[in-house]
Design a protein. Sequence first.
Length: 117
Amino acid sequence: MDQEQTEPICQLFRLSPPEAATVGFDRRELQAILNLYGRMVAQGIWRDYAMDFSPQRAIFSIFRRTGEAAYYRIVKEPKLARRQGAYSVVAQTGLILKRGPDLHRVLAVLEKPLAVV
């Protein structure tokens, strides 16, 4: 008996696109954000936070009260890293308060200046 090579009867195609990697904050970035958040909670200014991760950006949202809209959003968008910088702080109105490549300098816009008493 001869064994012949047979061609496959059907071919399978992947219909959905491959999943993109999700953008997130690394340990160093989260430490800087949570240090600021902890100081503001201790002062009674902020009360709650939420994190959102997508293929385009990672967002750390800060709330004064749980039921309200986000008071500030700290956004990381890697595709903007070469242009305006990957990090930005966005106010509740959508106004970008600060944008840049260094997270610590961007977070400085949220720090309260020390007052001389």
